[in-house]
Ligand binder design. Structure first.
Ligand code: ADP
Ligand code: MG
Length: 375
């Protein structure tokens, strides 16, 4: 689990990056990076600048190298998919004063799906369809380019103009996306990258990355839109991993018994071969549903559990099957930096969940050893 190093600078408003991008505000924090609002002063357009946290002072370490490579791959892979529901990438580089790598992309007005679900609970079935279908189309476009996203979850799907008749979606964060047939060393053997609630069983057991992985995660997201909460609510990463590998998702019976049920079950089948053969086929099956027959979710009898953080994590299983934590020493600013450091705002529950995730890592390694021994 990546936590924000205490000395990671918050880039202040007004800072001019590389003589071109003027920071105007702070937009969000993910598992890997901080995202800022900015103006591209050269062509006078609003943009978002995503800046990777650098965790290690040892910039020769393999871990440092693979984080940098993944960040660069993120920009390249997202730019490769030309689809209106994929965030548009404009530029990438390294901040002159700080040495932090950044990506410049379209500035999206709105909030991510996770924030939407937290604020407003389950989505109306027709709205859930309007949101998931363009995502599946975009994923299919990616799969045709051999790009698998791998980290689909509500926090990585953005809603523009949410709740209005101009609502649109954009898939974000190709941070751990994989170009099929690419150099797999970006995720070394023994490393699992992703978010425990959304890890596909074949990825956990065999590190297998195919379009079926994105279909599995899309099925979980569709169920989550209708339930108003993640399918797996446990904050315990090991429990999530075991339930994925056992095919024991425990989706609410009212949903499984509705016309949604067979589609969600097929998308989230344990065996990739039992899922829809493509994201396009999943989308077509949704097209065939009659929205009028789709049930609205029952009113919750108790408040929905707070699903907590769902940041991407990196679990490294060493040869001895013991967990190795990512080097997490804070990056120190060079004394000559012109950007005064300020603490980054921390997302709610971040610290408590970071601690829980660290504690869970030891258990996860044991569970992985056990699961892999079943192969
Ligand atoms: N282009 C954008 N415009 C507006 N907000 C964004 C944009 N990109 C990301 N964000 C916000 O920042 C958060 C973190 O971005 P993300 O790309 O998911 O980072 P990470 O790779 O660290 O998870 C997102 O959940 C979203 O709320
Ligand atoms: Mg993210």
């Amino acid at each position: 689990m990546t936590s924000i190093p205490p000395q990671t600078p918050r880039i202040p408003d007004g800072a001019l990056l590389n003589n071109r991008y003027r920071i105007t505000g702070f937009l969000g924090l993910g598992g890997h990076a901080a995202v800022y609002a900015a103006v591209d002063t050269l062509i006078e357009r609003d943009v978002a600048v995503k800046v990777l946290y650098l965790l290690s002072e040892d910039n020769t370490s393999p871990e440092h190298h693979s984080r940098l490579e993944r960040f660069r791959a993120e920009a390249r892979l997202a730019a490769k998919i030309r689809h209106p529901a994929v965030v548009t990438i404009f530029d990438m580089g390294t901040i002159d004063q700080l040495g932090f790598p950044f990506i410049v992309m379209e500035h999206l007005a709105g909030h991510d799906l996770r924030a939407e679900l937290r604020a407003n609970g389950p989505l109306h079935p027709e709205r859930a369809l309007r949101i998931i279908k363009p995502c599946l189309d975009a994923l299919h476009a990616g799969h045709e380019q051999d790009v698998v996203h791998r980290d689909l979850k509500p926090a990585n799907i953005f809603l523009l103009h949410p709740g209005t008749d101009r609502e649109e979606v954009r898939i974000l964060d190709f941070g751990i996306a994989r170009a099929l047939h690419s150099d797999a060393r970006l995720t070394g053997a023994g490393q699992l990258l992703g978010t425990p609630r959304y890890l596909a069983p074949e990825y956990i057991r065999e590190h297998r990355v195919t379009p079926a992985l994105d279909i599995y995660q899309s099925g979980l997201i569709l169920a989550e839109l209708l339930l108003g909460a993640p399918v797996l609510t446990s904050p315990d990463a090991m429990e999530c991993i075991i339930r994925h590998t056992q095919g024991n998702l425990g989706i609410a019976p009212w949903l499984l018994d509705s016309p949604w049920g067979p589609l969600i079950q097929r998308a989230t089948a344990r065996r990739p071969a039992d899922r829809f053969p493509s994201a396009l086929e999943f989308r077509r099956a949704l097209d065939a549903l009659d929205p009028k027959l789709l049930p609205a979710p029952p009113a919750p009898t108790a408040p929905l559990p707070d699903p907590g953080a769902d940041h991407s994590i990196q679990i490294t299983v060493t040869e001895e099957d013991t967990p190795k934590r990512a080097a997490n020493r804070p990056h120190r600013l060079d004394a000559t930096t012109q950007l005064p450091p300020q603490p980054l705002p921390r997302p709610r529950h971040h610290l408590a969940l970071a601690a829980a995730a660290v504690a869970a890592l030891a258990l996860i390694a044991a569970a992985l050893a056990w699961l892999l021994s079943l192969r």
